[in-house]
Design a protein around this ligand. Structure first.
Ligand code: HPA
Length: 280
């Protein structure tokens, strides 16, 4: 197989372009904001906001509800970067394209990645508008972002996934929720390709194999982040329910509406976690 050195160069080129554009020290923490969750940005004291279409080698986001900007600024006491809008596999990007921004984050020196998404809940305890700490995931995407030549510069050939989601960050989130009386659910996120929402039987299947929520993103990004040795924390907003005996219609608009309602709490929890660790 031909060595895709171009790809390594593309990562470096994009990282350098961003460094030059933004200037100064690069943040150690990055956040990827999912469907309807871009409002976290209003809590950021923005230093620089770059539309994806201006960034060399970046794919351009197409889906509704994603403004597609890379943001640098302060969230509480910490300097962070945030992706407002992400690249989904169902949009037609390859896995490598969809996860390219995570490679660039790593090249910029990001050590910790926070991910958020909207997800359908299968766990019968969940309600619409609940927040779920992602404790683990099940990867059901038909392609894998690490398939093909492995570059040791980026990470190991066979990365471990036993702690895909950082236990210490999960513990911190639990502590914050306990102290502030926030209803925070926990569970396993099933990543599927979409773009169809699930049939009732698929929801039931995903619950039976150990999933609590299902969505069309996050898993590829987390795999790439872990490949690169980043620490990861993830949260889902439960925007609709699908499970045994639950038959409800779900639409993109409803997903966005439910996400917007839960968003302030999610922002608060993420900001608290970031502010409570010196190194983030
Ligand atoms: N399934 C898949 N993705 C989703 C869902 C769902 O029910 N809700 C929000 N994103």
């Amino acid at each position: 197989m031909k060595k895709d050195v171009n790809w390594l160069e593309m990562i470096q080129e994009t990282a350098l372009w961003i460094k030059n554009r933004v200037g100064g020290e690069m943040p150690k923490t990055a956040i990827i904001l999912g469907t309807g969750l871009g409002e976290l940005v209003t809590h950021i004291d923005i230093k620089e906001s770059i539309p994806y279409k201006e960034i060399p080698n970046f794919p351009v986001s197409t889906v509704e509800g994603h403004s597609g900007r890379l943001i640098f600024g302060n969230l509480g006491s910490k300097y962070i970067m945030a992706m407002q809008g992400r690249f989904h596999y169902y949009e037609g990007y390859s896995m490598k394209q969809a996860t390219f921004p995570v490679r660039v984050m790593k090249a910029l020196g990001v050590k910790t990645l926070f991910v958020s998404n909207a997800a359908g809940g299968m766990n019968p305890e969940f309600k619409v508008g609940d927040l779920m700490i992602i404790t683990d995931h099940i990867n059901l995407f038909p392609d894998h972002p690490l398939r093909g030549v492995n570059y040791p510069e980026l990470g190991p050939r066979f990365p471990a996934m036993n702690e895909a989601y950082s236990r210490r960050l999960i513990e911190k989130a639990r502590e914050i929720a306990r102290n502030e009386n926030i209803r925070l659910m926990e569970g396993v996120y099933v990543g599927t390709q979409g773009p169809t929402f699930e049939t009732p039987s698929e929801y039931r299947f995903f619950y039976r194999i150990g999933g609590d929520a299902v969505g069309m993103s996050t898993v590829p990004e987390v795999i790439v982040a872990r490949h690169g040795g980043m620490e990861v924390f993830g949260m889902s907003v439960i925007t609709d329910l699908g499970g045994e005996g639950i038959f409800v219609d779900v639409s993109h608009e409803e997903v966005q509406k439910a996400a917007a309602l839960a968003e302030p709490i999610m922002s608060h929890v993420m900001q608290e976690i970031i502010n409570q660790f010196e190194e983030l």
